[in-house]
Design a protein around this ligand. Structure first.
Ligand SMILES: CC(C)(COP(=O)(O)OP(=O)(O)OC[C@H]1O[C@@H](n2cnc3c(N)ncnc32)[C@H](O)[C@@H]1OP(=O)(O)O)[C@@H](O)C(=O)NCCC(=O)NCCS
Length: 310
């Protein structure tokens, strides 16, 4: 069985691989110890602290009166370890008589750990705030594309590549948003891609050495039609339905290169603008899209799970 020290060491190594901007250590304060086992039998642990923010304290302005905070020690078992620990925490809380009003459970965790994000979302946690950092001299240019990448319009013969790439996006989005990877997802995506590739909707593939590494699956929406839901100003809009870069090629400028081609084509075609949906908890798209010039117009808020709505 892994000791707390071993779990901490493995966790810090994972943090370092996830995001170079994270600090080296993970300080764990004294508190109530929790232990749990993942479904595959791996032991994980955590420390829970309880903080009171009495009326009149500054802290009471941005935190509830009672805050339970969990400091997970889950090593490499991001998703299953977090899920198991949240289950143990729930049981533990019941025995504590936690106040039903003006209280919170909180976990502060690296944004890029999307496996843990999924466990937290499934546990009913919503991403209420995030600590964001900015380098002293932020990039005024975009990531320079590394290697040779070409972009071309996709056609019916590219069905397999398009389906594979859109499924990769669904897999990722299901960890950090409202999507769900259903068992029939491959077939549904295949049918949708088949229709799109046989229509006038623009789909682009980015290739490295002739191998598809990214897709931008787009379409046109006439906002004068009632089907557009009156959410857009009148005119013809380009709709960016799915953009997906293979995991290995992310962060190397491929997405930026792909969207440059797409945006040029949208402008040439006379679109009044382009629109898309992204999930704020997605640590990649929530950075990528604003950098590409997109800004929120409508926000959908959800309570998860539904039973959390009282
Ligand atoms: C979001 C996504 C399409 C962006 O494409 P990309 O090729 O990774 O993006 P780029 O490399 O062109 O730019 C990403 C930016 O994040 C930075 N970045 C740093 N590390 C990164 C990493 N590990 N992964 C992704 N981006 C990273 C890049 O430096 C770049 O910064 P810049 O804007 O200053 O140039 C791609 O990451 C992806 O497929 N993600 C998973 C699926 C997804 O979320 N799709 C969008 C759904 S709305």
């Amino acid at each position: 069985m892994a000791t707390a020290q071993e779990l901490l060491r493995a966790q810090c190594a994972r943090f370092a691989a996830l995001d170079p901007q994270l600090p080296d250590g993970y300080p764990v304060p004294p508190g109530e110890p929790l232990v749990a086992r993942t479904t595959s039998g791996d032991a994980v642990a955590g420390i829970v602290t309880r903080t009171s923010n009495p009326p009149g304290s500054m802290q009471s302005l941005w935190q509830p009166s009672t805050v339970f905070e969990l400091f997970p020690l889950i090593g490499e078992h991001s998703r299953e370890g977090m899920a198991a620990l949240l289950g143990a925490w729930r049981d533990w809380l019941r025995s504590q008589g936690a106040p039903e009003r003006d209280s919170a459970c909180s976990v502060i965790w690296p944004s890029r750990d999307v496996q843990a994000a999924k466990a937290l979302l499934d546990g009913g946690f919503t991403p209420l705030s995030c600590l964001a950092v900015r380098p002293p001299t932020p990039p005024c240019t975009f990531t320079e594309l590394s290697g040779t990448v070409t972009v071309r319009r996709a056609g019916p013969a590219d069905l397999d590549a398009v389906v594979e790439l859109t499924l990769l996006e669904l897999e990722y989005a299901a960890l950090v948003g409202s999507s769900t990877y259903r068992p029939d997802a491959p077939q549904l995506k295949r049918t949708a891609a088949h229709v799109r590739l046989h229509s006038s909707d623009p789909v682009w593939l980015a290739e490295r050495g002739g191998t598809p590494v990214a897709v931008a699956e787009c379409g046109w929406v006439d906002a004068d039609r009632p089907s557009a839901g009156h959410r857009l100003r009148p005119g013809t809009w380009a709709y960016v339905n799915c953009v997906s870069v293979r995991e290995h090629d992310r962060g190397t400028g491929v997405g930026q290169r792909l969207m440059t081609s797409a945006h040029e084509e949208f402008a040439r075609a006379g679109a009044v603008g382009s629109f898309l949906y992204y999930n704020p908890p997605n640590p990649l798209s929530s950075v990528f899209w604003p950098r590409q010039g997109y800004r929120p117009l409508w926000t959908t808020w959800e309570v998860r799970p539904a039973t959390a709505l009282r």
